[in-house]
Design a binder for this molecule. Structure first.
Ligand SMILES: [Zn+2]
Length: 396
């Protein structure tokens, strides 16, 4: 086959695979076994080995596939990292969100840009890697439930550490229009539950008002928010340049004249440094357990304050000597580096010593939206990056 025919074939194949991937309704929290098996089959057919890691019920699964190098070298392995879950859909779509639909130069469907497009590209390119005399290992990392605060990836990362896979270059293919992104804040999400004692509104001292205790908890959070601003690290690259904190919701009480026995507070924290996250958690836990709870228990010993961790996506820190960024820059000729406001799995790979970059096809502008799409141009750009990686990783 001529080179042009060959690249046409890979492109067509990537669209076919993307179409198949879109049809799996892998909304976060749902069973993603079918999609993972589909990916695993493609990888196995070309000679890759793989292992899976699961949630407790084996309902949701991560896949890690490996194409071994054909020759020993000092080159670090490449990890292609993508999440298989997508965010829910609303009724306002003009196309079926789970049927990939090509209109003009775009392909529509839930997950096209975030981030099944990237997964499709890596799977379409996998046979080429397999047929090439590669001098480094190529890994394919496909996780579950990234969109709900990275629930799947930590389970996989754990297993990687057990298997001593802790060096390499990881490309997280979240939609960046193929630009290099080398940092983002962390994103920690919590719900704190308060349970007191109901009673008649005319006798507030006889009950334990969960709403009132929750509001004191919120006030403390607001106080810490100001402290975080004052403690902002110098030369912080983020916008805004300090750790933010906000209350996303509060629910409690049933009537004006009834002491509220239950209340919940949803809140989030976006640390610019890990230390800030630890600080807020320590302060809040102390305030809840040493100040508020003893007061509640004085009236009603069964009172409860419980903080549930919804998820803690750790930040992705800028590394000025990033091997991963340099690797991509050398292949694309683009030396620019950007910071984004969304969270990814990048910090998790970085934390175990793997040099990581976020770079993938499509735009975050279309992610999580009605009529999500990826342009065919972006798919082609991603495939040409993969070709560059192949050329950089083959024995002449
Ligand atoms: Zn994503």
């Amino acid at each position: 086959m001529s080179t042009e025919n060959n690249s046409n074939h890979i492109f067509e194949n990537s669209i076919k695979i993307l179409t198949d991937l879109i049809a799996f309704k892998t909304i976060s929290g749902e069973d993603n076994n079918a999609l993972i098996n589909y990916c695993d089959d493609i990888l196995k057919k070309i000679g890759a080995t793989s292992f899976k890691t699961f949630d407790d019920e084996k309902k949701r699964v991560n896949l890690f596939g490996t194409l071994k190098s054909k020759k020993k070298s000092t080159k670090k392995p490449i990890i292609f990292s993508g999440h298989t879950d997508v965010v829910p859909v609303s009724k306002n779509w003009t196309t079926d969100p789970f049927v990939a639909t090509i209109k003009k130069d775009k392909i529509y469907g839930r997950g096209t840009c975030d981030m099944k497009g990237f997964i499709a590209c890596t799977l379409a390119y996998a046979p080429i890697f397999s047929n090439t005399n590669m001098d480094r290992d190529i890994h394919f990392s496909y996780t579950f439930d990234e969109e709900t605060a990275c629930q799947g990836a930590p389970i996989l990362i754990n297993e990687l550490q057990k298997r001593n896979i802790n060096s390499g270059i990881c490309i997280v293919g979240e939609p960046t229009n193929m630009k290099i992104v080398d940092a983002h804040k962390g994103c920690y999400e919590y719900t704190t539950y308060f349970e007191g004692l109901a009673g008649h509104g005319s006798k507030p001292d006889k009950g334990v008002n969960a709403v009132e205790f929750a509001s004191r908890y919120i006030n403390k959070l607001m106080e810490l928010r100001e402290t975080l601003k004052l403690n902002a690290p110098e030369d912080c690259i983020f916008d805004p340049p300090y750790t933010t904190l906000q209350i996303g919701g509060i629910k409690g009480g049933i009537a004006r004249n009834v002491i509220a026995d239950k209340c919940r507070v949803d809140w989030e924290l976006r640390p610019v440094i890990k230390k800030d996250g630890d600080f807020v958690n320590k302060e809040m836990d102390e305030f809840a357990n040493r100040k508020l709870l003893p007061e509640m228990k004085k009236v009603f010993p069964e009172s409860v304050i419980k903080k549930e961790i919804i998820g803690e996506i750790i930040g992705f820190d800028r590394d000025v000597n990033s091997e991963a960024c340099e690797f991509i820059s050398n292949l694309t000729g683009d030396n620019s580096k950007e910071v984004v406001s969304f969270g990814t799995e990048a910090g998790l790979f970085q934390e175990i010593g793997i040099s990581t970059v976020v770079c993938g096809p499509g735009s975050i502008e279309q992610a999580h939206k009605v009529d999500e799409f990826i342009s065919l141009e972006q798919i082609k750009k991603c495939l040409s990056l993969l070709e560059g990686i192949k050329n950089n990783s083959s024995i002449n």
